[in-house]
Design a protein around this ligand. Structure first.
Ligand code: NA7
Length: 317
């Protein structure tokens, strides 16, 4: 098995700004916003929130990641519970449903505060509808308000302020987050009850995952015929099948450049969540099941932290 080098972790550039911010008139809310999770997405979002004048309190499991934000003016706390105490609206943006639940129900988690009156909790981590309902129920039992705000888009789209926010739950929280969402997203949708936004997000991820595997297999076949992948991509660009994303991913596959815009492990997590949802409904999803297997295998080959386009490597075997 070839040795696979992990992609380099890029340090967050606190001086970079999304170039769309100049075109958006943002009047920052005077509320204090808590932020749990300073991974690639969280960091990019918080950086722009601070830049647009929002008052921000942060926490991250690995404390070192908080330092640049302290220097930029954010307050840092020792636990998620401390962030909730200090903020009016608390965003969470961590890797997966388990992490999201740990931060709410775990030791020093959000619910340790018991009384969440006048607090709003916004879940941005990609989660399934059941997890969202559980979190929402926990928050509401402590008299807090809950919104799921799923972020659809890549790390580059986050850096460009071009995410799409899919929200469900408490509409008043959605309205209160207006200046934050305007900072980070090109579009926001309120989709009604808790769970709806998670479903829509995962449905979009299904389209993405299946499309990427189709693209990877087709390019791998071209490669076997020794047809130039760049030629295929140039011709693809002229067809009605083209999409900005597939073109970009095709170019990454051709170059073997799998710099993580949407990590492969996240893609596979989403497909697993989709299949669990479908299982509960007896909905048959044979193509998605195979797609999930392909991503799972690519993970085993060592490409978890690379971009989802690394699925091409497996297709070439
Ligand atoms: P990253 O860059 O992989 O960052 C993941 C973040 O989640 C990072 O802050 C992690 O903390 C944190 N994390 C993961 N598990 C836990 C647990 N169990 N407890 C606390 N914190 C945790 O992912 P992205 O920023 O690209 O994506 C985040 C979400 O946005 C994801 O759901 C996407 O689908 C959308 P660490 O720094 O490792 O201590």
């Amino acid at each position: 098995r070839p040795v696979v080098t992990r992609p380099e972790t890029q340090a967050i550039d606190m001086n970079s700004r999304s170039n769309t911010l100049a075109d958006r008139e943002i009047v920052p809310s005077d509320q204090t916003f808590g932020f749990l999770g300073l991974g690639m997405m969280g960091s990019t979002i918080v950086k722009d929130l601070i830049y647009t004048g929002h008052k921000v309190v942060v926490w991250n499991r690995t404390i070192d990641k908080c330092q640049p934000f302290v220097e930029a003016g954010a307050d840092v706390k020792d636990t998620p519970m401390d962030v909730v105490e200090a903020a009016d609206v608390i965003f969470c943006c961590v890797s997966d449903p388990k992490g999201a639940k740990d931060l709410v129900f775990g030791n020093c988690g959000v619910l340790q505060l018991k009384d969440l009156r006048n607090k709003a909790y916004v879940e941005m981590s990609t989660i399934d509808p059941e997890t969202s309902l559980d979190i929402g129920e926990g928050i509401k039992q402590c008299n807090g308000r809950y919104l799921e705000a799923q972020i659809h888009g890549s790390r580059q789209e986050a850096a460009d302020g071009m995410l799409i926010i899919l929200a469900g739950g408490d509409r008043s929280v959605f309205e209160e987050c207006h200046s934050c969402f305007k900072t980070i997203a090109k579009n926001t949708f309120f989709l009604g009850n808790i769970g709806n936004a998670c479903k829509v997000n995962l449905i979009l991820q299904t389209i993405l995952g299946v499309s990427l595997v189709g693209l990877a297999e087709a390019l791998a076949l071209a490669d076997r015929f020794s047809i130039s992948l760049n030629d295929i991509i140039d011709i693809f660009d002229l067809t009605s099948m083209k999409s900005p994303l597939l073109l970009a991913k095709g170019k990454e596959m051709a170059k073997g450049d799998f710099n993580p815009q949407q990590p492969l492990s996240h893609m596979q997590r989403d497909l697993r969540l989709v299949l669990n949802m479908a299982e509960n409904l007896d909905q048959s999803m044979p193509v998605t099941s195979i797609t999930n297997e392909v991503f799972k295998h690519t993970k085993r080959l060592g490409y978890s932290e690379h971009d989802s386009s690394a699925v091409f490597v497996r297709s070439r075997f």
